[in-house]
Design a protein around this ligand. Structure first.
Ligand SMILES: Nc1ncnc2c1ncn2[C@@H]1O[C@H](COP(=O)(O)OP(=O)(O)O)[C@@H](O)[C@H]1O
Ligand SMILES: [Mg+2]
Length: 312
């Protein structure tokens, strides 16, 4: 009798990339249900902490970046990690797309490709910011933010003549950053920002986030707290989100991302405009759209099936 001494090939593993120290207000509601949905589909999935030194990243056929939300405090370590694991296995969204998406100057590129964005200047000196601010009526409100940021860090809503605006600009510039200057979009301050989710290029769900910035600088209530509420998507918003992803593809050549959150606002003054396209680590808010969980799992399973096999 012929007895095979070969073990069955281990099934390819999927790692959902998370962290172990979340900012207090930022809980990951997605990974638990997502891992369950993947396992229900027969995919060997587990959550993996990006800075866990005991992990051999090449053991994973696919890594899905989901909630490494402590990276802003360790950006260099994170980007070095991303380069390292990107060379060892397939990482989604693609590290090249993540790198492109980290600096909001991509908005200027998308605007050139025909996407309507919140009017923005990008400045590297306080003098330039001062000149921009003096062009606004004194009582008008403006928003300043760094081009590399998340969770509204160093983002402030000020009267154009408020010295606090220049203080924020100075802080960003001193840290080597680029300051984005925008008119206040009142619909954003009224909590009407909509986040539209697309999985493999298909619209799945949308949430409204609520207002975040306190007038005069800082955050409403002192901490960053989103209050996601599921909302319907208009045909115009859906078409807009698809146009944004088409422009991202034109700019990067990377095709439809596995996941995308397209943040828009319908503004009386500017029309329907893009605030940001979050292609790196958006919370998916699956707890307010539970049926989307398996849509994400199915998309990951498809990507796994087409991921190149790597030899050890
Ligand atoms: N031009 C603006 N007018 C009014 N509110 C704004 C404006 N830009 C940003 N905000 C508020 O600040 C929040 C964070 O800004 P955003 O550009 O989304 O950066 P990030 O989410 O990457 O920190 C937004 O969700 C919105 O509530
Ligand atoms: Mg945002």
């Amino acid at each position: 009798m012929l007895v095979s001494t070969l073990d069955p090939a281990p099934s390819p593993r999927v790692g959902i990339v998370v962290t172990d120290s979340y900012p207090l207000e930022d809980l990951d509601h997605d990974t638990g249900p997502l891992v369950e949905a993947l396992r229900a589909r027969g995919v060997d999935a587990q959550a993996t902490v990006w800075h866990d030194e005991d992990v051999d990243w090449a053991d994973y056929a696919l890594l899905v970046l989901r909630s490494p939300w402590d990276y802003p405090e360790r950006v260099e370590e994170f980007t070095a990690w991303l380069a390292r694991v990107g060379a060892a296995t397939t990482v989604l969204n693609e590290p090249a797309l993540v790198a492109w998406n980290l600096d909001k100057r991509y908005l200027a590129q998308l605007e050139q490709l025909g996407v309507a964005v919140v009017p923005t200047t990008y400045r590297t000196t306080v003098d330039e910011v001062a000149r921009d601010l003096s062009a606004f009526p004194d009582a008008a409100h403006v928003v300043l933010k760094p081009s590399v940021s998340a969770g509204a860090r160093d983002t402030g809503l000020f009267r154009a003549g408020d010295p606090g605006a220049l203080e924020l600009a100075a802080r960003v510039v001193t840290g080597g950053g680029v300051v984005m200057v925008q008119p206040e979009v009142p619909e954003l301050s009224a909590g009407r920002e909509k986040a539209l989710y697309l999985i493999d290029g298909e619209l799945t769900h949308a949430i409204a986030k609520g207002a975040l910035l306190a007038p005069g600088g800082g955050l409403l209530g002192g901490t960053y707290e989103e209050h996601p509420e599921r909302v319907a998507v208009t045909p115009d918003e859906a078409a807009f989100a698809h146009r944004v992803l088409a422009a991202v593809d034109q700019a990067t050549g990377l095709g439809a991302p596995l996941y995308a959150r397209i943040d828009v606002v319908d503004s009386a003054e500017h029309g329907l405009v893009l605030l940001e396209a979050e292609l790196f680590e958006p919370a998916l808010n699956l707890h307010v759209a539970p049926e989307v969980t398996d849509v994400v799992a199915a998309a990951i399973a498809r990507r796994l099936a087409s991921a190149p096999a790597r030899v050890g």
